[in-house]
Design a protein around this ligand. Sequence first.
Ligand code: HSE
Length: 438
Amino acid sequence: MSQHSEKRPLGIALLGCGVVGTEVARLLTEQGGELAARVGAPLELRGIAVRRSGRARGLDLDAQLFTTDAESLVRRDDVDLVVEVIGGIEPARSLILAALEHGASVVTANKALLAEDGATLFAAAEKAQRDLYFEASVAGAIPILRPLAESLAGDRVRRVIGIVNGTTNFVLDRMSTSGTGFTEALEEAQALGYAEADPTADVEGFDAAAKAAILAGLAFHTRVTAADVYREGITEVSAGDVASATEMGCVVKLLAICERHDTPDGEAVSARVHPAMIPADHPLASVREAYNAVFVESEAAGRLMFYGPGAGGPPTASAVLGDLVSAARNRLSDVRGVGESVHAQCEVLPMGDTYTRYHVAIDVDDRTGVLASVATEFSRHGVSIQTVRQEGRGDDAQLVIVTHRARDADLAATVAGLAGMDMVREVTSVMRVEAEPE
Ligand code: HSE
Protein backbone atom coordinates (compact mmCIF):
# COMPACT_ATOMS: atom_id res chain seq x y z
CA MET A 1 0.00 0.00 0.00
CA SER A 2 1.42 3.40 -0.95
CA GLN A 3 1.86 5.98 1.74
CA HIS A 4 -0.62 8.50 0.36
CA SER A 5 -3.53 6.08 0.23
CA GLU A 6 -3.53 6.02 4.04
CA LYS A 7 -4.61 9.67 4.11
CA ARG A 8 -8.13 10.77 3.34
CA PRO A 9 -8.61 12.22 -0.14
CA LEU A 10 -8.85 16.03 -0.38
CA GLY A 11 -11.86 17.39 -2.24
CA ILE A 12 -11.39 20.09 -4.86
CA ALA A 13 -13.99 22.51 -6.22
CA LEU A 14 -13.09 24.21 -9.48
CA LEU A 15 -14.81 27.54 -10.16
CA GLY A 16 -14.65 28.34 -13.88
CA CYS A 17 -13.90 26.08 -16.80
CA GLY A 18 -12.55 28.40 -19.46
CA VAL A 19 -9.04 28.31 -20.95
CA VAL A 20 -7.32 27.95 -17.55
CA GLY A 21 -10.01 25.92 -15.75
CA THR A 22 -10.07 23.29 -18.49
CA GLU A 23 -6.30 22.81 -18.15
CA VAL A 24 -6.53 22.63 -14.36
CA ALA A 25 -9.17 19.90 -14.65
CA ARG A 26 -7.11 18.06 -17.25
CA LEU A 27 -3.91 18.12 -15.17
CA LEU A 28 -5.82 17.09 -12.03
CA THR A 29 -7.20 14.02 -13.78
CA GLU A 30 -4.28 13.08 -16.04
CA GLN A 31 -1.62 13.56 -13.37
CA GLY A 32 -3.73 12.41 -10.41
CA GLY A 33 -1.32 9.66 -9.37
CA GLU A 34 1.74 11.88 -9.32
CA LEU A 35 -0.09 14.71 -7.55
CA ALA A 36 -1.32 12.29 -4.88
CA ALA A 37 2.24 11.08 -4.34
CA ARG A 38 3.51 14.66 -4.00
CA VAL A 39 0.72 15.79 -1.69
CA GLY A 40 0.47 12.61 0.35
CA ALA A 41 -3.23 12.07 -0.43
CA PRO A 42 -5.39 11.87 -3.55
CA LEU A 43 -6.86 15.13 -4.88
CA GLU A 44 -10.44 14.45 -5.95
CA LEU A 45 -12.42 16.82 -8.13
CA ARG A 46 -15.82 17.20 -6.43
CA GLY A 47 -17.39 19.69 -8.82
CA ILE A 48 -16.80 22.25 -11.54
CA ALA A 49 -18.86 25.43 -11.46
CA VAL A 50 -19.71 26.80 -14.90
CA ARG A 51 -21.97 29.59 -16.09
CA ARG A 52 -23.92 27.39 -18.47
CA SER A 53 -24.36 23.66 -18.07
CA GLY A 54 -22.66 21.31 -20.52
CA ARG A 55 -19.39 19.46 -20.52
CA ALA A 56 -16.10 21.20 -21.03
CA ARG A 57 -14.51 20.87 -24.41
CA GLY A 58 -12.19 17.92 -24.77
CA LEU A 59 -12.44 16.79 -21.15
CA ASP A 60 -13.28 13.21 -20.41
CA LEU A 61 -15.04 13.93 -17.13
CA ASP A 62 -18.22 12.72 -15.48
CA ALA A 63 -20.99 15.12 -16.62
CA GLN A 64 -22.31 15.08 -13.05
CA LEU A 65 -19.30 17.10 -11.91
CA PHE A 66 -20.56 20.19 -13.72
CA THR A 67 -22.88 22.55 -11.91
CA THR A 68 -24.18 26.08 -12.33
CA ASP A 69 -24.63 26.36 -8.55
CA ALA A 70 -21.20 27.64 -7.47
CA GLU A 71 -22.56 28.94 -4.13
CA SER A 72 -23.55 25.43 -3.02
CA LEU A 73 -20.37 23.86 -4.40
CA VAL A 74 -18.00 26.01 -2.30
CA ARG A 75 -20.01 25.21 0.85
CA ARG A 76 -19.93 21.44 0.45
CA ASP A 77 -18.47 19.66 3.46
CA ASP A 78 -16.39 17.38 1.24
CA VAL A 79 -14.61 20.36 -0.42
CA ASP A 80 -11.24 21.16 1.19
CA LEU A 81 -9.72 23.32 -1.54
CA VAL A 82 -11.36 25.77 -3.93
CA VAL A 83 -9.71 26.89 -7.18
CA GLU A 84 -11.13 30.16 -8.53
CA VAL A 85 -10.40 30.85 -12.20
CA ILE A 86 -13.55 32.77 -13.10
CA GLY A 87 -11.87 36.19 -12.98
CA GLY A 88 -13.49 39.59 -12.37
CA ILE A 89 -14.77 40.98 -9.08
CA GLU A 90 -18.16 39.31 -8.62
CA PRO A 91 -19.21 36.57 -8.14
CA ALA A 92 -15.56 35.59 -7.58
CA ARG A 93 -15.17 37.64 -4.35
CA SER A 94 -18.36 36.30 -2.72
CA LEU A 95 -17.47 32.74 -3.67
CA ILE A 96 -13.92 33.00 -2.30
CA LEU A 97 -15.19 34.54 0.94
CA ALA A 98 -17.84 31.82 1.29
CA ALA A 99 -15.25 29.11 0.62
CA LEU A 100 -12.88 30.46 3.30
CA GLU A 101 -15.70 30.95 5.78
CA HIS A 102 -16.71 27.36 5.22
CA GLY A 103 -13.17 26.16 5.94
CA ALA A 104 -11.71 25.60 2.48
CA SER A 105 -8.31 26.89 1.38
CA VAL A 106 -8.37 28.91 -1.83
CA VAL A 107 -6.15 29.13 -4.90
CA THR A 108 -6.98 31.98 -7.26
CA ALA A 109 -5.61 33.51 -10.45
CA ASN A 110 -7.73 36.64 -10.02
CA LYS A 111 -5.39 39.66 -10.29
CA ALA A 112 -8.21 42.22 -10.63
CA LEU A 113 -9.87 41.09 -7.42
CA LEU A 114 -6.63 40.84 -5.43
CA ALA A 115 -5.57 44.31 -6.58
CA GLU A 116 -8.94 45.85 -5.81
CA ASP A 117 -9.85 44.15 -2.55
CA GLY A 118 -7.06 41.82 -1.47
CA ALA A 119 -7.35 43.10 2.11
CA THR A 120 -10.84 41.61 2.51
CA LEU A 121 -9.71 38.25 1.12
CA PHE A 122 -6.57 38.08 3.28
CA ALA A 123 -8.57 39.02 6.39
CA ALA A 124 -11.04 36.22 5.65
CA ALA A 125 -8.18 33.73 5.14
CA GLU A 126 -6.62 34.85 8.43
CA LYS A 127 -9.91 34.52 10.30
CA ALA A 128 -10.53 31.07 8.84
CA GLN A 129 -6.88 30.04 9.35
CA ARG A 130 -6.77 28.83 5.77
CA ASP A 131 -4.45 29.48 2.81
CA LEU A 132 -5.07 31.99 0.05
CA TYR A 133 -2.56 31.37 -2.74
CA PHE A 134 -2.36 33.35 -5.99
CA GLU A 135 0.86 32.63 -7.91
CA ALA A 136 -1.06 32.43 -11.22
CA SER A 137 -2.38 36.00 -10.85
CA VAL A 138 0.88 37.59 -12.03
CA ALA A 139 2.92 36.53 -15.07
CA GLY A 140 1.23 33.16 -15.65
CA ALA A 141 3.64 30.29 -15.27
CA ILE A 142 6.56 32.38 -13.99
CA PRO A 143 7.27 31.70 -10.31
CA ILE A 144 7.59 35.29 -9.04
CA LEU A 145 5.18 35.75 -6.13
CA ARG A 146 6.58 32.91 -4.02
CA PRO A 147 10.17 34.12 -4.59
CA LEU A 148 9.14 37.61 -3.45
CA ALA A 149 7.11 36.40 -0.46
CA GLU A 150 9.37 33.57 0.66
CA SER A 151 12.76 33.27 -1.06
CA LEU A 152 13.51 36.99 -0.67
CA ALA A 153 11.83 37.36 2.73
CA GLY A 154 15.26 37.84 4.32
CA ASP A 155 16.36 40.50 1.85
CA ARG A 156 15.25 44.05 1.05
CA VAL A 157 13.81 44.48 -2.43
CA ARG A 158 14.52 47.93 -3.86
CA ARG A 159 12.90 47.69 -7.25
CA VAL A 160 10.77 45.38 -9.37
CA ILE A 161 10.49 46.07 -13.10
CA GLY A 162 8.23 43.77 -15.04
CA ILE A 163 6.92 43.11 -18.48
CA VAL A 164 3.75 41.53 -17.16
CA ASN A 165 1.36 41.80 -20.08
CA GLY A 166 1.97 39.56 -23.06
CA THR A 167 -0.53 41.21 -25.38
CA THR A 168 1.09 44.63 -25.18
CA ASN A 169 4.57 43.16 -25.38
CA PHE A 170 3.56 41.37 -28.57
CA VAL A 171 2.12 44.58 -30.06
CA LEU A 172 5.19 46.70 -29.16
CA ASP A 173 7.53 43.98 -30.41
CA ARG A 174 5.70 43.92 -33.77
CA MET A 175 5.84 47.72 -33.98
CA SER A 176 9.56 47.54 -33.36
CA THR A 177 10.38 44.77 -35.83
CA SER A 178 8.04 45.74 -38.69
CA GLY A 179 7.79 49.52 -38.23
CA THR A 180 3.97 49.38 -38.21
CA GLY A 181 1.74 51.65 -36.14
CA PHE A 182 -0.21 50.62 -33.03
CA THR A 183 -3.50 49.87 -34.80
CA GLU A 184 -1.99 47.55 -37.41
CA ALA A 185 0.11 45.72 -34.82
CA LEU A 186 -2.94 45.26 -32.58
CA GLU A 187 -4.96 43.88 -35.49
CA GLU A 188 -2.19 41.41 -36.19
CA ALA A 189 -2.12 40.39 -32.51
CA GLN A 190 -5.89 39.85 -32.61
CA ALA A 191 -5.70 37.80 -35.81
CA LEU A 192 -3.05 35.57 -34.23
CA GLY A 193 -5.05 35.14 -31.00
CA TYR A 194 -2.65 37.13 -28.80
CA ALA A 195 -5.14 39.93 -28.17
CA GLU A 196 -8.78 39.77 -27.10
CA ALA A 197 -11.57 41.11 -29.34
CA ASP A 198 -11.96 43.82 -26.65
CA PRO A 199 -8.31 44.57 -25.84
CA THR A 200 -9.02 47.46 -23.41
CA ALA A 201 -7.78 45.78 -20.22
CA ASP A 202 -4.47 44.96 -21.88
CA VAL A 203 -3.72 47.97 -24.11
CA GLU A 204 -4.88 50.54 -21.55
CA GLY A 205 -2.65 48.96 -18.89
CA PHE A 206 -5.38 47.85 -16.43
CA ASP A 207 -4.16 44.24 -16.42
CA ALA A 208 -0.54 45.28 -15.83
CA ALA A 209 -1.59 47.79 -13.14
CA ALA A 210 -3.37 45.07 -11.15
CA LYS A 211 -0.23 42.93 -11.38
CA ALA A 212 1.96 45.88 -10.34
CA ALA A 213 -0.17 46.35 -7.22
CA ILE A 214 0.29 42.69 -6.28
CA LEU A 215 4.05 42.77 -6.96
CA ALA A 216 4.56 45.99 -4.98
CA GLY A 217 2.56 44.67 -2.04
CA LEU A 218 4.69 41.53 -1.78
CA ALA A 219 8.02 43.22 -2.54
CA PHE A 220 7.60 46.02 0.00
CA HIS A 221 5.38 44.38 2.66
CA THR A 222 2.87 47.16 2.17
CA ARG A 223 -0.74 47.12 1.05
CA VAL A 224 -0.92 48.50 -2.50
CA THR A 225 -4.17 48.55 -4.49
CA ALA A 226 -4.83 49.09 -8.19
CA ALA A 227 -6.00 52.62 -7.34
CA ASP A 228 -2.49 53.39 -6.01
CA VAL A 229 -0.86 52.46 -9.32
CA TYR A 230 -0.25 55.17 -11.92
CA ARG A 231 -1.39 53.77 -15.27
CA GLU A 232 -0.79 54.69 -18.91
CA GLY A 233 -1.43 52.22 -21.73
CA ILE A 234 0.21 51.86 -25.13
CA THR A 235 -2.52 53.29 -27.40
CA GLU A 236 -0.61 56.57 -27.82
CA VAL A 237 2.71 54.92 -28.72
CA SER A 238 3.43 55.81 -32.35
CA ALA A 239 5.68 54.33 -35.01
CA GLY A 240 7.72 57.55 -34.61
CA ASP A 241 8.26 56.87 -30.87
CA VAL A 242 9.46 53.37 -31.67
CA ALA A 243 11.79 54.70 -34.41
CA SER A 244 13.16 57.34 -31.98
CA ALA A 245 13.84 54.62 -29.45
CA THR A 246 15.73 52.59 -32.06
CA GLU A 247 17.86 55.65 -32.94
CA MET A 248 18.75 56.00 -29.25
CA GLY A 249 19.71 52.31 -28.96
CA CYS A 250 16.53 51.60 -26.99
CA VAL A 251 13.30 49.61 -27.31
CA VAL A 252 9.81 50.57 -26.11
CA LYS A 253 8.21 48.29 -23.52
CA LEU A 254 5.12 48.56 -21.31
CA LEU A 255 6.69 48.36 -17.87
CA ALA A 256 5.29 47.78 -14.40
CA ILE A 257 7.73 49.57 -12.09
CA CYS A 258 7.57 49.18 -8.31
CA GLU A 259 10.15 51.11 -6.27
CA ARG A 260 11.18 51.70 -2.70
CA HIS A 261 12.17 55.33 -1.97
CA ASP A 262 14.11 56.87 0.88
CA THR A 263 12.25 59.96 2.07
CA PRO A 264 12.95 62.48 4.83
CA ASP A 265 10.28 60.68 6.91
CA GLY A 266 11.65 57.20 6.31
CA GLU A 267 10.57 55.10 3.38
CA ALA A 268 7.87 55.22 0.76
CA VAL A 269 7.01 53.08 -2.24
CA SER A 270 5.57 53.70 -5.69
CA ALA A 271 3.99 51.60 -8.41
CA ARG A 272 3.41 52.67 -11.99
CA VAL A 273 2.65 51.21 -15.39
CA HIS A 274 3.52 53.07 -18.57
CA PRO A 275 5.36 52.65 -21.86
CA ALA A 276 9.04 53.46 -21.56
CA MET A 277 12.25 53.31 -23.56
CA ILE A 278 14.82 50.93 -22.14
CA PRO A 279 18.37 50.34 -23.41
CA ALA A 280 18.57 47.54 -25.97
CA ASP A 281 21.19 45.78 -23.84
CA HIS A 282 19.01 45.64 -20.72
CA PRO A 283 17.83 42.04 -20.05
CA LEU A 284 14.18 43.14 -20.33
CA ALA A 285 14.78 44.42 -23.87
CA SER A 286 15.30 40.86 -25.09
CA VAL A 287 11.84 39.78 -23.90
CA ARG A 288 10.09 39.34 -27.23
CA GLU A 289 6.62 38.49 -28.51
CA ALA A 290 4.07 37.63 -25.79
CA TYR A 291 6.62 36.56 -23.18
CA ASN A 292 6.73 38.10 -19.70
CA ALA A 293 9.69 38.80 -17.44
CA VAL A 294 10.20 40.34 -14.03
CA PHE A 295 13.50 41.94 -13.05
CA VAL A 296 14.06 42.24 -9.29
CA GLU A 297 16.77 44.36 -7.65
CA SER A 298 17.35 43.58 -4.00
CA GLU A 299 20.02 44.71 -1.56
CA ALA A 300 21.73 41.40 -0.81
CA ALA A 301 20.76 39.17 -3.75
CA GLY A 302 21.48 41.80 -6.39
CA ARG A 303 19.72 41.55 -9.73
CA LEU A 304 17.43 38.63 -10.50
CA MET A 305 15.42 37.95 -13.63
CA PHE A 306 12.36 35.71 -13.92
CA TYR A 307 11.25 34.90 -17.46
CA GLY A 308 8.62 32.79 -19.20
CA PRO A 309 5.11 32.52 -20.62
CA GLY A 310 2.79 34.94 -18.85
CA ALA A 311 -0.56 33.68 -20.07
CA GLY A 312 -2.33 30.77 -21.72
CA GLY A 313 -4.12 27.71 -20.37
CA PRO A 314 -1.33 25.22 -19.60
CA PRO A 315 1.22 27.78 -18.28
CA THR A 316 -1.33 29.41 -15.96
CA ALA A 317 -2.65 26.00 -14.88
CA SER A 318 0.91 25.01 -13.97
CA ALA A 319 1.05 27.89 -11.46
CA VAL A 320 -2.42 27.03 -10.13
CA LEU A 321 -1.46 23.38 -9.62
CA GLY A 322 1.74 24.37 -7.80
CA ASP A 323 -0.34 26.41 -5.36
CA LEU A 324 -2.87 23.62 -5.06
CA VAL A 325 -0.20 21.10 -4.09
CA SER A 326 1.15 23.50 -1.42
CA ALA A 327 -2.31 24.24 -0.03
CA ALA A 328 -3.17 20.53 -0.02
CA ARG A 329 0.03 19.64 1.84
CA ASN A 330 -0.75 22.33 4.40
CA ARG A 331 -4.27 20.95 4.90
CA LEU A 332 -2.88 17.49 5.58
CA SER A 333 -0.36 18.84 8.10
CA ASP A 334 -2.95 21.23 9.53
CA VAL A 335 -0.70 24.24 9.03
CA ARG A 336 -0.94 27.46 7.01
CA GLY A 337 1.48 28.88 4.51
CA VAL A 338 2.63 32.50 4.43
CA GLY A 339 -0.24 34.94 4.91
CA GLU A 340 -0.40 38.63 4.02
CA SER A 341 2.72 40.57 5.05
CA VAL A 342 2.02 44.30 5.29
CA HIS A 343 4.04 45.21 8.37
CA ALA A 344 6.02 47.97 6.61
CA GLN A 345 2.90 50.04 5.82
CA CYS A 346 4.88 52.45 3.68
CA GLU A 347 3.24 55.48 2.12
CA VAL A 348 2.50 54.99 -1.59
CA LEU A 349 3.83 58.02 -3.49
CA PRO A 350 1.81 59.70 -6.23
CA MET A 351 3.29 59.58 -9.75
CA GLY A 352 4.35 63.24 -9.59
CA ASP A 353 6.78 62.43 -6.77
CA THR A 354 8.56 59.60 -8.56
CA TYR A 355 11.80 60.13 -10.48
CA THR A 356 12.21 59.30 -14.15
CA ARG A 357 14.04 60.41 -17.26
CA TYR A 358 12.17 61.77 -20.28
CA HIS A 359 12.70 61.62 -24.02
CA VAL A 360 11.01 64.65 -25.61
CA ALA A 361 10.81 65.29 -29.37
CA ILE A 362 9.74 68.79 -30.39
CA ASP A 363 9.16 70.45 -33.76
CA VAL A 364 10.45 74.03 -33.46
CA ASP A 365 11.09 77.08 -35.65
CA ASP A 366 14.70 77.03 -36.83
CA ARG A 367 15.81 80.50 -35.78
CA THR A 368 18.16 82.27 -33.39
CA GLY A 369 17.54 81.68 -29.69
CA VAL A 370 15.11 78.77 -29.98
CA LEU A 371 17.45 76.18 -28.50
CA ALA A 372 18.34 78.56 -25.66
CA SER A 373 14.66 79.24 -24.90
CA VAL A 374 13.82 75.54 -24.92
CA ALA A 375 16.76 74.82 -22.60
CA THR A 376 15.60 77.63 -20.29
CA GLU A 377 12.15 76.03 -20.00
CA PHE A 378 13.78 72.81 -18.76
CA SER A 379 15.95 74.66 -16.25
CA ARG A 380 12.97 76.76 -15.05
CA HIS A 381 11.42 73.51 -13.77
CA GLY A 382 14.68 72.17 -12.35
CA VAL A 383 15.06 69.51 -15.04
CA SER A 384 18.59 68.81 -16.19
CA ILE A 385 19.18 67.97 -19.87
CA GLN A 386 21.41 64.99 -20.60
CA THR A 387 21.54 65.04 -24.43
CA VAL A 388 20.20 67.22 -27.24
CA ARG A 389 20.01 66.32 -30.90
CA GLN A 390 18.85 68.74 -33.57
CA GLU A 391 17.91 68.08 -37.17
CA GLY A 392 17.26 71.07 -39.44
CA ARG A 393 14.54 70.65 -42.07
CA GLY A 394 14.26 74.06 -43.83
CA ASP A 395 12.51 76.66 -41.68
CA ASP A 396 11.82 74.20 -38.90
CA ALA A 397 13.87 71.72 -36.93
CA GLN A 398 13.31 68.71 -34.76
CA LEU A 399 14.85 68.76 -31.29
CA VAL A 400 15.20 65.49 -29.42
CA ILE A 401 16.04 66.01 -25.77
CA VAL A 402 16.76 63.36 -23.16
CA THR A 403 16.78 64.47 -19.53
CA HIS A 404 18.55 63.28 -16.43
CA ARG A 405 16.37 61.83 -13.68
CA ALA A 406 13.93 64.39 -12.36
CA ARG A 407 10.62 64.55 -10.47
CA ASP A 408 7.89 63.38 -12.81
CA ALA A 409 5.73 66.40 -11.91
CA ASP A 410 8.60 68.74 -12.92
CA LEU A 411 9.04 66.90 -16.21
CA ALA A 412 5.30 67.12 -16.91
CA ALA A 413 5.34 70.87 -16.13
CA THR A 414 8.28 71.30 -18.51
CA VAL A 415 6.41 69.56 -21.32
CA ALA A 416 3.31 71.69 -20.66
CA GLY A 417 5.50 74.80 -20.73
CA LEU A 418 7.14 73.75 -24.01
CA ALA A 419 3.75 73.13 -25.63
CA GLY A 420 2.76 76.74 -24.83
CA MET A 421 5.86 78.38 -26.40
CA ASP A 422 5.46 80.36 -29.66
CA MET A 423 8.50 78.83 -31.33
CA VAL A 424 7.39 75.28 -30.51
CA ARG A 425 5.23 74.00 -33.35
CA GLU A 426 4.43 70.66 -31.72
CA VAL A 427 5.66 68.39 -28.96
CA THR A 428 5.59 65.24 -31.09
CA SER A 429 6.71 62.61 -28.59
CA VAL A 430 7.09 62.35 -24.84
CA MET A 431 8.22 59.08 -23.34
CA ARG A 432 9.87 58.06 -20.11
CA VAL A 433 13.30 56.44 -20.27
CA GLU A 434 13.86 53.73 -17.66
CA ALA A 435 16.43 51.24 -16.50
CA GLU A 436 20.17 51.55 -16.88
CA PRO A 437 22.18 49.64 -19.49
CA GLU A 438 23.63 46.39 -18.19
N1 HSE B 1 -4.11 39.29 -20.96
C1 HSE B 1 -2.92 39.05 -20.22
C2 HSE B 1 -1.71 39.23 -21.12
C3 HSE B 1 -2.83 37.69 -19.61
O1 HSE B 1 -1.84 39.57 -22.29
O2 HSE B 1 -0.61 39.03 -20.64
C4 HSE B 1 -3.68 37.55 -18.40
O3 HSE B 1 -3.30 38.45 -17.41
